[in-house]
Design a protein around this ligand. Structure first.
Ligand SMILES: C[S@@+](CC[C@H](N)C(=O)[O-])C[C@H]1O[C@@H](n2cnc3c(N)ncnc32)[C@H](O)[C@@H]1O
Length: 237
């Protein structure tokens, strides 16, 4: 069984409000930022998938995928665009992308169990031609390049929780993303740990802000905030 307490710590900033969340200060790290944590989780999800066919967690819910897919439609991303799902987990987003007609899809994750789970999920959907690779995005030595669109849903959040060196990890992430995207390629990020302002600060070199995708807002104690932030950037010089 998954540890509900640990999961609820994943979105560290969820209850904070916008005005408290403007800076790029680090928050507390956790084992949710470790490979061991994800490997153990996907081992269990893989077993569950094999037993009962449940793909497991859809991080931030189904609407987090439809939100990005809606933007892709509006932005007229062509069906043959090379799309990378960074930290693909169970590969559920790859399935949705394929169902929406996208044909050039790659998913990467550093957890071998996640890769096996995603491959199993894709096979069940008769989508075995989609590439899923075991890759540590922070140490991929430019293996990932020439993508038109990179999608991140919860992975930068996980990387930011890295207990070893989250500051360095975040820098490596930005560099790896720059390497992976073609010039004028798009980056879609959905985060529950970082605000719009913090993400604008993080991705301010080599990226241009394109738009914020609307996400549900909450009100608490007279303050207003978003439970998740979804932004689109474009890779520039
Ligand atoms: C919160 S989960 C999100 C999974 C998936 N994107 C989704 O929306 O369901 C974070 C994912 O990032 C992966 N991950 C974390 N650090 C990574 C890294 N350095 N390289 C590749 N994958 C990583 C984890 O294994 C996990 O699958």
């Amino acid at each position: 069984m998954e540890d509900a307490g640990e999961r609820s710590n994943y979105c560290e900033n969820t209850s904070d409000c916008e005005e408290d969340r403007g800076s790029d200060n680090d928050f507390e790290t956790s084992k949710l930022g470790t490979k061991e944590y994800w490997e153990e989780m996907y081992q269990k999800e893989l077993e569950t998938f094999k037993d009962i066919g449940d793909v497991g967690e859809i991080w931030f819910g189904e609407e987090s995928m439809s939100r990005v897919l809606g933007w892709m439609q509006t932005a007229k991303i062509p069906e043959n665009a090379a799309i990378l799902d960074i930290g693909t987990g169970n590969g559920a987003f790859l399935v949705e992308l394929a169902k929406h007609g996208f044909k050039n899809l790659t998913g990467v994750d550093y957890s071998p169990a996640s890769v096996e789970l995603a491959r199993n999920v894709l096979q069940t959907e008769c989508l075995s031609d989609i590439t899923v690779k075991e890759v540590d995005f922070l140490n991929c030595n430019r293996e990932l390049k020439e993508f038109d669109v990179c999608i991140d849903k919860g992975t930068f959040d996980a990387i930011s929780l890295n207990p070893n060196n989250s500051k360095e990890a975040k820098k490596l992430y930005v560099q790896a993303l720059r390497d992976a995207l073609k010039e004028n390629g798009f980056f879609s990020i959905t985060s529950c740990n970082w605000t719009k302002e913090q993400l604008l600060q993080r991705f301010n070199e080599g990226f241009e802000f394109v738009q914020e995708l609307p996400t549900p807002r909450f009100q608490f104690g007279g303050k207003t905030g978003n439970s998740v932030t979804a932004l689109i950037f474009k890779r520039v010089h």
